[in-house]
Design a protein around this ligand. Structure first.
Ligand SMILES: *Cc1c(COP(=O)(O)O)cnc(C)c1O
Ligand code: SF4
Length: 345
């Protein structure tokens, strides 16, 4: 067994076990995880420094999850745009294919909170149907492998799937969405990256939410991926009490760029039931982005998006730098709040 497999196997999944490590209310955690399962491994647990810190909040069950009546179970309506089970075809030229039902950790704010760890079933048959659908739709040029976490599959299983996607002539790029470089970086082994690099153009989008997640282990994992020629992007979620501050996000984005990860999206937290306590207002996000855009390398600035409830897809939401538009000129503002007049042609 590889190191990552044994770390994963020893993950904490019960309140009693967790209480051996952290000062929790065992009863409360036990009750919460009957609805929303918990999984946390020794590596990610070791990043917690104190109660309710940004790492704790992402991983440790909170009784507010159960009393939350806001939001939706499937806010993005992924089921509706799903022509075959575990495949979402929402945009013209690309699809999301769920190939794994497991994650290295069950993030408390997860959009697929109701599915991950419980109701998500990936089988040979669902994958076969997904591939058949992609094969039959020549407009699909981009296939995003997601889950759960695709990088929790064994190298062989993952290679089998990637190889079959690659064999479809009209598929140009393959993307993998994974939180493993953050939550279980030991998984990114030299053997895995040797395998992945055979299937270029292949992109990996990772998911870091706080600079403290960028440990030496995580940086080494990202480095191995980048050295295999894999372009890396990061998708963060704006989370109340975790990273809803300019200084935290500025540091996160700059540190990601310094390890060859391009900040790609910052999401407003989805309206998912059981995660209401993580949500921030839209203007909180646009205000933070207004202070970041221009203050740090443009390369480090992600697009701030809302994945709209009801399945309207991702919509960029600013910050808006246009103050006014007239016939002869338009007026802009920058991160320092200066007023900048520009002539119209
Ligand atoms: C996010 C997402 C994509 C990919 O969107 P990009 O903007 O191209 O990164 C594709 N399909 C679905 C269903 C998605 O949610
Ligand atoms: S790794 Fe991603 S899919 Fe899995 S629980 Fe966390 S946010 Fe959800």
């Amino acid at each position: 067994m590889e190191i990552w497999q044994s770390i994963l196997r020893q993950s904490i999944q019960s309140a009693d076990k967790l209480a051996e490590h952290l000062p929790i209310d065992t009863e409360e955690v036990a009750r919460t995880i009957r609805t929303y399962p918990m999984r946390i491994n020794a590596y990610y647990l070791s990043l917690i420094k104190e109660e309710s810190d940004p790492i704790w909040r992402q991983a440790i069950p909170d009784s507010r999850e159960l009393i939350d009546e806001s939001g939706f179970e499937d806010p993005l309506m992924e089921e509706r745009d799903s022509p075959v089970v575990n495949l979402t075809h929402r945009y013209p030229d690309r699809v999301l294919l769920l190939v794994s039902s497991e994650c290295a950790m069950y993030c408390r704010f997860c959009t697929r909170k109701r599915k991950v760890g419980t109701n998500l079933r990936v089988t040979d048959e669902t994958i076969r149907q997904g591939l058949e659908y992609i094969q039959g739709h020549r407009e699909i040029r981009d296939v995003i492998l997601s889950g759960g976490d695709p990088l929790l599959l064994s190298d062989d299983r993952l290679e089998e799937i990637i190889g079959r996607v690659r064999a479809i002539k009209h598929v140009e790029i393959i993307r993998i969405g994974s939180r493993v470089p953050c939550t279980l970086p030991q998984r990114i082994t030299p053997a895995l990256t040797r395998m992945l690099k055979k299937y270029h153009p292949l992109y990996v989008n990772v998911h870091f939410n706080h600079p403290r997640e960028l440990t030496e282990e995580a940086k080494a994992a990202l480095n191995r991926l980048a050295d295999a020629g894999i372009p890396l992007g990061n998708q963060s979620v704006l989370l109340r009490g975790v990273n809803d501050r300019v200084d935290i996000l500025r540091e996160l984005f700059c540190k990601l760029l310094a390890v060859r990860v391009k900040p790609y999206y910052l999401y407003l937290a989805d309206a998912v039931r059981g995660a209401g306590h993580f949500r921030t207002s839209l203007s909180c996000g646009t205000q933070i982005m207004r202070e970041i855009q221009g203050a740090i390398s443009g390369m480090a600035v992600p697009t701030f998006v809302v994945d709209t409830p009801g399945g309207g897809g991702k919509v960029p939401v600013g910050p808006n730098h246009v103050l006014s538009k007239g016939e002869e000129e338009f007026v802009l503002t920058n991160y320092r709040g200066q007023i900048l007049k520009c002539p119209e042609p």
